[in-house]
Write a protein that binds this ligand. Structure first.
Ligand code: FPP
Length: 252
């Protein structure tokens, strides 16, 4: 048996809740932002490894709609880290032909973040093989409200004749639009919940929770998550494919 996983054993879309930065820092007597800073180094490493892999999409929960409730200096520092990350990573995204997408209420972000995201999104829009999707000011419930409002606006303006009748029609109104659903959702740092992240898109995702805090989540931990995924049987509500009985050999 070959040790190389087959195409369907490798998730095409991996989404990550990068949890535990604050606790990691606190346990070391460091300010919380140091944890986030370390977390960004991990993000850079992961993004750069995308190019050589068969993972098409990597979606990272970088800032939630609830994160505005954190102390203002932490929010400010997270915005600064995002700007620094995009400035530094821009060249790598081009080098590895990785497309950037922003998902969430991007228009509510500070102008310096919003404008830089828009620039890099536009510059990389032609890349087809890999994408880094940053969930920024994202929450699934906000996404549903925004989708519903957009549908109502399209109906009122006559751009849509009838409300969406199928999930395929509805899902186009989500921030993720045409993006495929995540196959694997990883959450680090020992919390077993989804925290309003890709709740609809992840309806059939495989979930992987690990104890390691995000600043310590290295390539070996990522490989362990992929190996766990490769062992799962995905049925999407169906039953397992039956093993057909072998026809008895004809008597000669
Ligand atoms: C959760 O840790 C992490 C966040 C809320 C933010 C994640 C952001 C980054 C890693 C930096 C910016 C991202 C990119 C893509 C450049 P926590 O603070 O909730 O940790 P805790 O639960 O231990 O307090």
């Amino acid at each position: 048996m070959s040790g190389v996983p087959s195409a369907e054993q490798v998730p095409a879309h991996v989404a990550i809740i990068m949890d535990g930065n604050g606790r990691w820092a606190g346990q070391r007597g460091l300010p919380r932002i140091e944890g986030h800073r370390r977390g960004v180094q991990n993000v850079r490493r992961l993004v750069e490894s995308l190019a050589g892999s068969s993972i098409r999409d990597l979606t990272l929960f970088a800032f939630s709609v609830e994160n505005w409730q954190r102390p203002p200096d932490e929010v400010e520092a997270l915005m600064d880290l995002l700007v620094q990350f995009l400035r530094r990573e821009r060249r790598q995204l081009h080098k590895h032909r990785i497309r950037l997408r922003g998902i969430g209420r991007i228009h509510e972000l500070p102008a310096r973040v919003r404008e830089l995201v828009a620039e890099v999104v536009a510059e990389t829009a032609g890349y087809r093989d890999h994408a880094l999707n940053l969930a920024l000011n994202y929450g699934s419930r906000a996404e549903v409200l925004d989708a519903t409002r957009a549908i109502a606006a399209d109906l009122a303006a006559g751009r849509l004749a009838v409300p969406p009748e199928t999930w395929e029609e509805y899902r186009r109104y989500l921030y993720t639009g045409e993006l495929a659903d995540p196959d694997l959702v990883i959450r680090t740092s020992g919390e077993w919940r989804l925290s309003n992240f890709l709740l609809l898109q992840g309806a059939y995702a495989e979930l992987y929770f690990c104890e390691v805090p995000w600043p310590e989540f290295g390539p070996e931990h990522f490989q362990a998550a992929l190996a766990s995924y490769a062992r799962r049987e995905r049925r999407f509500g169906r039953v397992r494919a039956p093993v057909l009985p072998v026809a008895p050999a004809e008597a000669v």
